[in-house]
Design a protein. Structure first.
Length: 413
């Protein structure tokens, strides 16, 4: 042990003050762990929720303090040392120490890596012009909000959840919004064409221009973005741009210290990495999922919370297996989209309700008769019941699923 670390008691160190890290702290203390906890985060704030950043917080409908996962006082009351504005730069596994970018050393008995993910940047000419924004943090929201003027022209690059949520909020604020998506439909990675086309028509009815099958090839402007070039003759005027083209897991600490990393930090169902004293949770992990029988890397609050709980249990000698149906949500206008399960590989999509006639329906994804996922639009019962049925690997009759006279509770024969 060297320098600063000599005076420090070894305890649990958490790198990353986000959703998974905050959950781990709460679970450690509620589980009776009384030893030292240090949480190192490279942002300025106590752990906060990111979903509102593209929804109510961006819209100015909720205040800053509503974002906190736990009230700031919680950490002092729980006797947790918070180290903010500090980046963990390396892990010395031999001496069991975390080294920070500003030269501090934190010895650990157990280490949790909960570093989340960062935005994927767009690498085309003009990428560094002013006015090109991403959305991951509170600071990013503040940058985008500063451009929210009625009549301003916003081009959103990427028709995934985040791009579409930003488009919906911007439209409500009176901006001219264009969404550019490379795939032939929005949200193509996660939902059936029925759902994509429904969302495209809702956005278009609100006045958003949605262009699919276009790839941004560059940005033009004199110091500041003025046009978005799609390389096929199409040029879009822009006062500013928001890019939402996916994320990259923050795995560098794990890679550099020789942990097993493969599309995320490889952990088992108890959040254990290839080092017995190091655990990982949240967006940065690649973990097994017993429901689907293969490994996953997920970007969701539910995943971060549940893995945070498993990590806390495992670090203190317990065993809480993480083995759940993934779920996610997206809010756009008056539509709450709730997704349970993973639809990839489905053989049949069954629609309950009429997407043409109203703003409430569900699409069930069956694989050889077994329910594997649902997209529920303003349909909480379908979502809730499906979570249970997916976990049970229930085989369902498509005709009964379609029949709205049969309540979801009665859907299994
Ligand atoms: C705009 C937006 C909207 C979203 N909407 C939804 C939604 O509707 N539903 C949903 O389920 N999910 C949503 N998500 C995803 C969800 O927020 C994430 O999956 C979740 O926050 C992951 O938690 P985490 O703890 O793994 O990472 P994070 O919460 O991102 O926390 C990781 C923290 O670690 C810090 N960090 C990284 N490297 C280091 C280092 N070396 N040293 C110190 N600190 C470091 C990061 O800066 C960050 O503060 C959304 C995300 C965004 C950005």
């Amino acid at each position: 042990m060297s320098g600063e670390s000599a005076g420090r008691a070894r305890g649990i160190v958490i790198v990353g003050a986000g959703q998974a890290g905050a959950q781990a702290v709460a679970s450690l203390r509620s589980g009776g762990y009384e030893g030292p906890i240090t949480m190192i985060g490279d942002e300025t704030y106590a752990p906060y929720q990111r979903p509102p950043l593209s929804k109510k917080f961006l819209a100015g409908e909720i205040s800053f303090d509503r974002l906190y996962i736990k009230p700031v006082e919680f950490y002092a009351q729980a006797n947790v040392e918070l180290v903010f504005d500090t980046r963990a730069a390396a892990i010395n596994r031999a001496d069991k120490e975390v080294l920070t970018g500003n030269g501090r050393i934190f010895p650990y008995s157990k280490l949790l890596i909960a570093t989340g993910s960062r935005v994927r940047e767009i690498n085309v000419p003009g990428f560094d012009l002013d006015g090109i924004h991403y959305l991951r943090s509170i600071a990013d929201v503040q940058g985008i909000q500063s451009k929210f003027r009625e009549g301003a022209r916003l081009v959103v690059v990427g028709g995934g959840y985040i791009g579409l949520e930003v488009a919906a909020v911007a439209k409500k604020h009176g901006l001219h919004v264009t969404v550019l998506e490379t795939a032939d439909r929005v949200m193509a990675r996660v939902v059936d064409p029925i759902v994509s086309h429904f969302y495209e028509s809702v956005h278009r009815a609100e006045g958003v221009i949605i262009e699919t099958g276009v790839t941004v090839s560059g940005f033009e402007g004199n110091g500041r973005v003025e046009k978005v070039d799609c390389g096929d003759g199409r040029l879009y005027d822009a006062d500013f741009v928001v890019v939402g083209i996916g994320i990259i897991p923050n795995t560098e600490l794990a890679v550099d210290s020789g942990l097993h990393v493969e599309n995320g930090i490889v952990v088992d169902e108890f959040a254990r990495t290839s080092d017995p004293d190091i655990y990982a949770a949240g967006d940065c992990t690649n973990h097994p999922n017993g429901v689907y029988g293969h490994r996953l890397r997920l970007e969701s609050v539910h995943n971060a919370i549940e893995q945070g709980k498993s990590a806390a249990a495992a670090m203190t000698g317990g065993a809480l297996e993480y083995n759940q149906v993934p779920w996610f949500w997206s809010d756009q206008y008056d539509l709450k989209l709730q997704i349970a399960g993973l639809s990839s590989g489905y053989t049949q999509a069954v629609v309950r309700g009429d997407p043409e006639a109203g703003r409430s329906f569900a699409v069930f994804y069956l694989k050889d008769g077994m329910l594997i996922a649902v997209d529920a639009i303003n349909r909480a019962p379908e979502f809730m019941m499906s979570r249970l049925l997916i976990a049970q690997k229930a085989k369902l009759d498509p005709a009964r699923l379609r029949d709205e006279s049969i309540a979801m509770k009665q859907i299994v024969q």
